[in-house]
Design a protein around this ligand. Structure first.
Ligand SMILES: O=C(O)c1cc(=O)[nH]c(=O)n1[C@@H]1O[C@H](COP(=O)(O)O)[C@@H](O)[C@H]1O
Length: 292
C-alpha cells in the first residue's frame, strides 16, 4: 500500500488539516495499525545495537523506513528517548522529522497531564506549530481531571493536531482507578467528556481515547458506548501484552471503524532487517483487517 502522505500542514487550518480527517485518510490508505517505536535496551541488543541515544535514533529511522507504507501512525514511546536526556530528545526530534518527511503521522506517547497553567507549556511543547517536539498527536493522562487537559485539547484543535486521552488502559492495575464508581465510573466520565468534545465532528474528532486491547468486555460492563464518542480508539496491548486481532474484533464490534490497533515489541522483535520488519507489520495489519 502507498504511504498515506498525510503530513501536517502548518498554516491555515482547513477541514482537511483536521487531525481526525488526516487520521481517517491514513487509516484508509494503510489500514488500522499503529506501530509503537519502543527502543527498549533488550530490543536494541537484539538488533545488534548498543544502548545509546545514537542507537535509539538509528533504530527509530529503521522502523520508519520499514513500516511507513504499512502503519497509519507511528507512536514513539517518549520515556525510551528521555532516559538519555538531551541526546535522547535530539533523537526523538529526528525521529519525528523523519516520519514527517516519510508522510507518516506521529503520536508522541508522552502521557502528559498537569494543572491547567502548566498544561499550557506541555501543550506548546508537543502540539504547537514550530516546536521542535511537535507531533501530530500526543497521549494525555486525565488523572488531574479532564478539564485540566483543556489547553492541550484546544491547542490541538487549533493546529490540526490530536490528543489521545487515557480511558481504560491495558494494564491490570488501571482498573483500581478507572472502574471505580459503578455506573458513573471514572472511565465513563472521562469517555463522556471526550464524546462532548467530539460532538461536532463529522467522523473522527480530534480527541482520541486510549482503550487497551486487553480490556475484554469492560466497556459494556461499565455502560460505555464507544461508538458514540467519535473518538479514534488507540488500543495498545496487541501482541506482547497478549491481546489478539480476534480479541479486538470481539471487544470493539460496534466501534471497529474507530480502532487504531497499537503494537510495539511484537513487531519490533522482527528487526533489524527492514524487509522482515515490514513483513511482520504487514502480517499484523492484515490479521486486523481479516478479523475486523
Ligand atoms: O498510551 C499508550 O500507548 C499505552 C496505554 C496503555 O493503556 N497501555 C500501553 O501499553 N500503552 C503503551 O503502548 C506500548 C505497548 O507496548 P507493547 O506492549 O510492546 O506493544 C507502550 O509504549 C505503552 O506505554
Amino acid at each position: 500500500m502507498a504511504s498515506a502522505g498525510a503530513g501536517h500542514a502548518a498554516a491555515g487550518n482547513t477541514e482537511m488539516d483536521h487531525f481526525g480527517n488526516r487520521l481517517r485518510v491514513a487509516m484508509e490508505a494503510n489500514g488500522p495499525l499503529c506501530v509503537g517505536i519502543d527502543p527498549h535496551p533488550s530490543l536494541l541488543a537484539s538488533w545488534g545495537l548498543e544502548d545509546s541515544a545514537d542507537a535509539v535514533r538509528r533504530f527509530s529511522l529503521g522502523v520508519i523506513e520499514a513500516v511507513a507504507g504499512t502503519a497509519a501512525i507511528l507512536k514513539p514511546q517518549v520515556a525510551l528517548y528521555e532516559r538519555f536526556g538531551s541526546a535522547g530528545f535530539a533523537a526523538l526530534e529526528e525521529t519525528l522529522a523523519a516520519a514527517r518527511d516519510a508522510g507518516v503521522l506521529t503520536l508522541a506517547d508522552a502521557k502528559r497531564g498537569d494543572i491547567g497553567s502548566t498544561m499550557v507549556a506541555y501543550a506548546n511543547a508537543w502540539l504547537a506549530d514550530g516546536s521542535p517536539l511537535a507531533a501530530d498527536a500526543v497521549t494525555l493522562s486525565p488523572y488531574l481531571g479532564y478539564e485540566s487537559l483543556r489547553p492541550a485539547i484546544d491547542l490541538a484543535g487549533q493546529t490540526g493536531r490530536g490528543v489521545f486521552v487515557l480511558g481504560l488502559t491495558s494494564n491490570p492495575e488501571g482498573q483500581s482507578v478507572q472502574h471505580v464508581g459503578g455506573a458513573a465510573s471514572v472511565a465513563k466520565r472521562i469517555i463522556d467528556a471526550v464524546a462532548q468534545d467530539n460532538a461536532h465532528a463529522a467522523d473522527l474528532g480530534h480527541v482520541g481515547l486510549v482503550i487497551g486491547a486487553t480490556v475484554g468486555n469492560a466497556p459494556q460492563r461499565l455502560g460505555i458506548d464507544l461508538s458514540a464518542t467519535k473518538a479514534a480508539l488507540l488500543t495498545p496491548g496487541l501482541g506482547a501484552q497478549g491481546a489478539t486481532a480476534g480479541d479486538l474484533a470481539n471487544s470493539f464490534a460496534s466501534s471497529h471503524r474507530q480502532v487504531l490497533a497499537s503494537s510495539s515489541r511484537d513487531i519490533l522483535r522482527a528487526g533489524p532487517g527492514v524487509q522482515a520488519l515490514r513483513d511482520k507489520a504487514r502480517m499484523v495489519r492484515d490479521e486486523l483487517l481479516a478479523a475486523g
